[in-house]
Ligand binder design. Sequence first.
Ligand SMILES: N[C@@H](CCC(=O)N[C@@H](CS)C(=O)NCC(=O)O)C(=O)O
Length: 205
Amino acid sequence: MKLTFSPASPFARKVRIAAIETGLIDRIEFVAATVAPGQPNDQYARDINPLKKLPALILDNGEVVVDSYVITEYLDELAGGGKLIPTSGPTRWKVKSDHSLLNGMLDSMLLCRYEKMVRPQGLQWQAWADDHWNRAWTGMARFENAPDVASRPLDIVQIALVCVLGYADFRFADCGWRKAYPKLDAFHQKMLERPSVKISAPPAA
Ligand SMILES: N[C@@H](CCC(=O)N[C@@H](CS)C(=O)NCC(=O)O)C(=O)O
């Protein structure tokens, strides 16, 4: 299998951590890809994902699995099922819903980044970026006040949360999340004890 990947992508980091934690990492070849809004990315759109987003998992039979959640669930099933995403019951829906919140927070953070770095200066809309940052920030507050998340065995929610916090460090270093959210800080430090989390940390900004 091949995974389109960028070391800066929090979505790709989530899949990388999941691949390590499920023991499948050696079956995946990581293929560096660059995609950004405003660029044609034609070949990527044609051959891999018309949405022009990474990560995408290219299976040995040529099929492509898109979206970090779907790829993680695919890997989880390949590894026997139920390791990172519960297979049934109320916890499954809680985990999926929490994960959707975290992925939405990542989407909002990425949109803030694109607004600043990719959109031409005269077209930038500060109130729009502030609103998206506020979504991510309010989401962090939600997880600061969810003590059960940190105490559960590893699952996709914990992995996604560490990716959110790592991305905040990487792209929004002055945002002050550690001071505002001390329980998340403790959670993040604990998660860094895992080799999968440590080695996948984004490069220095
Ligand atoms: N829902 C997707 C989001 C993936 C995503 O937005 N990836 C970013 C890289 S971090 C991307 O490919 N951006 C390119 C673009 O939006 O043009 C997932 O969970 O995999």
